[in-house]
Design a protein around this ligand. Structure first.
Ligand code: ADP
Length: 463
């Protein structure tokens, strides 16, 4: 089953924290316990020393008497702390014996300690052991003491309480860290998933055709910002494409409307007998069908070039040879307008699709002829540098208004519409030029001055 980012992130964080807390508790417990038992062992050693020295202090060297009252006090205090003592004088007579003093209390205390230690340290296998120490007053041996305690070490009630509190503190910290981490994980996951969910919602809307939608929420996560950025970019591109598609349909309709309505009205007039079908009138109808045919043809060519899988059949082409052929094919048009066409520059070769590059030159050359004045000059200048080969086509014709130059490569764009109906242009020629050149990885650029002439530069990469 697929899980949400929310549950994935929070559960991962919870597991990590749980593991960390468990490891920390285990380690701290282990180390604290080890330190603590060492500490206890030292304390016990110290305690037996204290017992021995304070017992030694109860002997009066002048009277040679023991202060039995204090010995009793020391014995009882030690008993409560888990040390069962028996004090002898120098002759070995018993001065004080905890078990003789209060047998039942000793039993209770011993059992108590054994029980607690067995529960807390089951592997310790401890038992009561006895040590016997001599008692001194100065250098003089004045007696001895036998001390029994639970060995190798034992914890008294205070020690147990201390350990228990330490454990409680550790568990509390662990639980608090766990709760905090779950909350933090939940909040983090929510912050991560919210922009993703917004993006999902936006893509759904884009899929439904709402291209105006934009995600404007700034997150502080770079990848998420990149994601929303790409979605916005996608929406903008689709919006642009949609606009172009609508524009194209409207443009095609617009381009077809004029010739078709001319045809319709002329033919209606002839069918209704209002007009005689003279040769002239039939010729004008024919011209309109030619215009429609040319438009459809151009659109078809453009569609083929713009289709993504355009396959270029590249070969090495000698530019002068190709240009010469084109000039010859336009001989009639050139002589009709008394135009001169020339070629200059090196005889360079280009690597390109021959048919398509011919199309580029034909479109540019026919424009140059169309927009030249009588007795004008058209010049093909071949260019070559380290990385590029190409040509400039110059004419000294009517030129293009400066503000219109940026648009002439767009579909159906015709500078100065009125003059174009006369020249029969559809406004697609340069769009085809640009598409072909770009399919070759090259560039095309136009420069022009109104009434002085225009130049079109085409450059293709050598590799
Ligand atoms: P068309 O079929 O109308 O010539 P193009 O796409 O070939 O369409 O050209 C777009 C417009 O650019 C033309 O309508 C014309 O106004 C302008 N143009 C193109 N080439 C030239 C040129 N050599 N001299 C002047 N104007 C030109």
């Amino acid at each position: 089953m697929k899980r949400s980012i929310n549950s994935r992130v929070s559960s991962s964080i919870a597991v990590i924290v749980l593991l960390t807390v468990a490891i920390i508790s285990f380690l701290s417990n282990y180390f604290i316990n080890r330190q603590f038992t060492e500490y206890i062992a030292r304390q016990m050693e110290l305690k037996t020393q204290v017992i021995t020295s304070s017992l030694g202090g109860q002997y009066n060297t002048f009277t040679r008497q023991w202060d039995l009252h204090y010995i009793n006090a020391i014995g009882m205090t030690s008993l409560y702390e888990g040390y069962i003592i028996k004090v002898y004088d120098a002759d070995g007579n018993t001065l004080w014996d905890a078990q003789a003093h209060d047998m039942s209390l000793c039993k209770i205390i011993m059992e108590d300690i054994s029980e607690r230690m067995r529960i807390k340290y089951p592997q310790l296998e401890g038992e009561f052991i006895s040590t016997k120490d001599s008692l001194y007053r100065g250098d003089k041996n004045i007696g001895s003491v036998s001390i029994s305690y639970f060995g190798p070490f034992f914890l008294n009630e205070n020690d147990f309480r201390f350990l228990k509190e330490l454990n409680t503190i550790l568990i509390t910290i662990g639980v608090a860290a766990l709760i905090l981490s779950i909350i933090a994980g939940y909040l983090l996951a929510k912050r991560l998933s919210k922009p993703i969910l917004n993006t999902v919602e936006a893509t759904k809307q884009i899929a439904d055709g709402n291209y105006e939608i934009r995600l404007d929420e700034e997150t502080n996560t770079r990848e998420l910002d990149m994601l929303t950025g790409s979605i916005n970019h996608l929406a903008a591109s689709l919006q642009n494409l949609e606009m172009l598609r609508k524009q194209l349909t409207a443009d095609v309709a617009h381009e077809l409307r004029t010739p078709i309505s001319i045809l319709q009205s002329h033919m209606e007039a002839m069918m209704d007998g209002i007009w005689q079908p003279t040769n002239e009138r039939l010729q004008s109808c024919y011209d309109e069908t030619v215009r429609i045919g040319k438009l459809v043809n151009d659109l078809d060519k453009l569609a083929k070039i713009e289709s993504e899988n355009i396959k270029l059949e590249k070969s090495d082409i000698r530019l002068t040879e190709l240009i010469n052929k084109i000039i010859i094919s336009f001989e009639k048009e050139l002589s009709d307008k008394k135009l001169v066409a020339r070629i200059t520059g090196p005889d360079a070769r280009i690597r390109a699709d021959g048919d398509r590059i011919t199309q580029v030159m034909v479109n540019l050359f026919s424009n140059a002829i169309k927009y030249s004045k009588e007795e004008g000059e058209i010049l093909f200048e071949i260019l070559e540098n380290n990385d590029q080969t190409g040509f400039v086509l110059r004419d000294n014709g009517i030129g293009i208004p400066e503000e219109e130059i940026p648009y002439i490569f767009e579909r159906f764009y015709r500078a100065d519409k009125s003059r174009n109906r006369l020249t029969g242009g559809s406004g697609i020629g340069l769009t085809i030029v640009k598409s072909i050149v770009e399919a070759h990885g090259g560039t095309v650029k136009a420069e022009s001055k109104l009434n002085e002439g225009s130049s079109f530069t085409v450059l293709l990469p050598k590799k």
